[in-house]
Design a protein around this ligand. Structure first.
Ligand code: NAD
Length: 260
C-alpha cells in the first residue's frame, strides 16, 4: 500500500534534513521526486545521487513564498510526468526569538515561509491533482502547534498549518485530495543543530532521544500513500511521547512515582 510507483511527488525543502529523508524514501518506493528548495547546490547533488542509484529525481529551485516559483515547479512536474500526486509542504524556518525581541520583518518572514508557502503550494497543485483523479498533501507542522513554544512566530505558523490542513481537507475532499499534517518533535537537522536546547529537550522527551529524519519520513510516506486512503484533515504527532504528557511525567519522576 505504500508503493509509490508511477506517482509524482513534490517535496519542498527537500534538499536536506527531513525533506531529504522523504525524497530518498519516496524515490526508493518508486516515485518520481521533485526536490524543490532554495538550496540549489545541495538539492542538485541529492537529485544526482538518487539518479546515480537508478531512481527518478529532479531538482528545481523553489522559493515557497513566490507564486511564480510554484508555477514553474508545477510546469516541470507536468512536463516530466503529466501528473502531480503528492505534495509535501516541508520547507520551514525558525526565528528563535520572543515577542519582545521579534521585529515585524522576522515575524512576517516566518509566517510567509511556513504558512503562506503551504497555502500557495496547495493552490498551485490542487487543480492538476484533481484533474488526475486526486492526491495527497502532507503539511509538516510541529509538536509546538500543541502548546506555547517560546518562539511566537514559529509557533503561530505551525498552529496555522493545522488550521490550513483542516480547511483544505474540507475544500478538496470531493476531489479525492487528502490533506494531513505531521507534527514532529525534536529532530536534529540544519534547522536546530546549533541550538542550546537540544539536550534539555532530549531529557524532557519520555523516550529520551531525538527523532531521526527517516522516522518522520515513514509517517509522511504513510500519509502520502494509499495506505492512508480514508484519512484526511488530521494531525499526527511524532515526538517520542513529548506531547502525550512530558510535564506530568517529569512531576511523577520528581515525586518518585516513576523511576528516572
Ligand atoms: P532543515 O533546515 O534541515 O530543512 C528545511 C528546508 O527548508 C531547508 O532545505 C531549507 O533550504 C528549506 N527552505 C527554507 N526556506 C525555504 C523557502 N523559502 N523555499 C523553499 N525551501 C525553503 O530543517 P528540518 O528539520 O528538516 O525541517 C523540515 C520541516 O520540519 C520544517 O517545516 C520544520 O519547521 C519542521 N520541524 C522540524 C523540527 C526539528 O526539530 N527539526 C521539529 C518540528 C517540525
Amino acid at each position: 500500500m505504500s508503493d509509490l510507483k508511477g506517482r509524482l511527488a513534490i517535496i519542498t525543502g527537500g534538499a536536506r534534513g527531513q525533506g531529504e529523508a522523504e525524497a530518498r524514501l519516496f524515490a526508493a518506493k518508486g516515485a518520481a521526486v521533485i526536490i524543490a528548495d532554495v538550496l540549489a547546490e545541495e538539492g542538485r547533488a541529492l537529485a544526482q545521487t538518487l539518479q546515480d542509484d537508478g531512481l527518478e529525481a529532479r531538482f528545481t529551485y523553489l522559493d515557497v513564498t513566490d507564486p511564480a516559483s510554484w508555477a514553474s515547479a508545477v510546469a516541470l512536474a507536468l512536463e516530466w510526468k503529466s501528473r502531480i500526486d503528492i505534495l509535501v509542504n516541508n520547507a520551514g524556518i525558525i526565528n528563535r526569538s520572543t515577542i519582545s525581541n521579534t521585529g515585524l520583518d522576522a515575524w512576517e518572514r516566518v509566517l510567509k515561509v511556513n504558512l503562506t508557502g503551504a497555502f500557495l503550494g496547495i493552490q498551485a497543485v490542487s487543480e492538476p491533482m484533481a484533474e488526475n483523479g486526486g492526491g495527497s498533501v502532507v503539511n509538516i507542522s510541529s509538536n509546538s502547534a500543541f502548546s506555547g513554544h517560546y518562539d511566537p512566530a514559529y509557533t503561530a505558523s505551525k498552529w496555522g498549518l493545522r488550521g490550513l490542513t483542516r480547511s483544505a481537507a474540507m475544500e478538496f475532499a470531493s476531489k479525492n485530495i487528502r490533506i494531513n499534517a505531521v507534527c514532529p518533535g525534536l529532530v536534529v537537522t540544519g534547522l536546530n543543530a546549533s541550538s542550546p536546547h537540544l539536550e534539555p529537550m532530549i531529557q524532557m522527551t519520555p523516550m529520551k532521544r531525538s527523532g531521526k529524519p527517516e522516522e518522520i519520513a515513514e509517517l509522511v510516506l504513510f500519509l502520502a500513500s494509499d495506505a492512508s486512503s480514508f484519512i484526511t484533515g488530521e494531525d499526527f504527532v511524532i515526538d517520542g511521547g513529548f506531547t502525550a504528557g512530558a510535564a506530568y511525567r517529569r512531576v511523577a519522576t520528581q515525586t518518585g512515582i516513576f523511576k528516572a
